[in-house]
Design a binder for this molecule. Structure first.
Ligand SMILES: *[C@@H]1O[C@H](CO)[C@@H](O)[C@H](O)[C@H]1NC(C)=O
Ligand SMILES: *[C@@H]1O[C@H](CO)[C@@H](O)[C@H](O)[C@H]1NC(C)=O
Ligand SMILES: *[C@@H]1O[C@H](CO)[C@@H](O)[C@H](O)[C@H]1NC(C)=O
Ligand SMILES: *[C@@H]1O[C@H](CO)[C@@H](O)[C@H](O)[C@H]1NC(C)=O
Length: 256
């Protein structure tokens, strides 16, 4: 089955707009798409894939990145914020393979710009296969260039490296054939001492909210909106706010 895979690959690479190589120079925080290498450490690898060398410390934030660390910003975020990365020049990921995101905390009291990533790393996000079909695995990140995910609510305050990685598997049939594309952003997780959103009571309800002025009998509604503000600290505001029982256009259900 080697020939069809290679054929598919060469066809994919000949399509216009297809990016064979990519990197992640843009850090994203709460929809703020930051500048080219503004908060992401540059490196000397550029858009070239990293292969093999699984024992090298270069596997942390890529070749030569420590030399750029001092000139790279440290973005302040709060645990629970939506963070992420964008590719160079809107490149879309076309190579097959998973996406993974790791975090490593700089030692207490130290500056993340001096941190070499020698401490512990923990994974906070991953995107794997979307489906398995007769023509092969369909990957969740294919044709995308921006990736966002919540910084876990439990993340302790401190300064961190955030490492995004895509592992391209088209050549992974032999050892050191997998291509790794990865970069590290520098962030500071601040103490969220100011809860939000906040309300006054009275003032929290008018009585006309869809979840309070609500006819609950037949025909049954198949959606419900929770009264009051978004849950403080919730990482998924809208999704956890509305309970949708179905994707039907009709919001009344007669035959329950
Ligand atoms: C967005 O990021 C830029 C840096 O690229 C920063 O100057 C600006 O304050 C940020 N905006 C918000 C709303 O945080
Ligand atoms: C990523 O988001 C930025 C900011 O919205 C946008 O300019 C860019 O085109 C997006 N990139 C891709 C590959 O969708
Ligand atoms: C955050 O700040 C509050 C108030 O100053 C403090 O009680 C709490 O311990 C801090 N939490 C962390 C994780 O530093
Ligand atoms: C159900 O959805 C409809 C249409 O979006 C909306 O008008 C209505 O307020 C919703 N009802 C509840 C209880 O959330």
């Amino acid at each position: 089955m080697k020939l069809p895979a290679q054929l598919a690959l060469s066809l994919a690479l000949s399509l216009p707009g297809v990016s064979a190589h990519y990197f992640f120079p843009h850090f994203i925080a709460n929809n703020n798409f930051t500048g080219f290498y503004e908060y992401v450490r540059e490196d000397t690898q550029g858009y070239m894939p990293y292969k093999g060398n699984y024992d090298s410390t270069d596997l942390r934030c890529n070749v030569g990145s420590q030399g750029f660390a001092r000139d790279t910003g440290v973005y302040k975020v709060k645990a629970g914020d939506e963070i992420g990365f964008g590719t160079d020049f809107n490149a879309l990921i076309q190579h097959p393979g998973p996406l993974l995101v790791y975090l490593s905390r700089a030692p207490d009291g130290s500056d993340v710009r001096d941190y070499d990533g020698s401490g512990d790393w923990f994974k906070i996000h991953e995107v794997g296969p979307k489906s398995f079909r007769s023509e092969g695995i369909q990957w969740g990140v294919t044709d995308l260039g921006n990736f966002t995910f919540p910084l876990p609510r439990e993340t302790p305050v401190g300064q961190y490296l955030v490492r995004i990685e895509h592992i391209a598997l088209h050549g992974a049939g032999e050892y050191a054939g997998a291509e790794l594309y990865f970069n590290c952003a520098q962030i500071e997780v601040e103490n969220d001492t100011k809860p939000s959103p906040v309300v006054k009571i009275p003032g929290v309800y008018t009585g006309y909210e869809p979840g309070i002025l609500f006819y609950m009998y037949r025909p049954y509604l198949i959606n419900y909106t929770m009264p009051g503000p978004r849950v403080y600290g919730s990482t998924t505001s809208e999704a956890s706010h509305a309970y949708l029982a179905s994707e039907r256009n009709s919001h009344r259900l007669n035959n329950l």
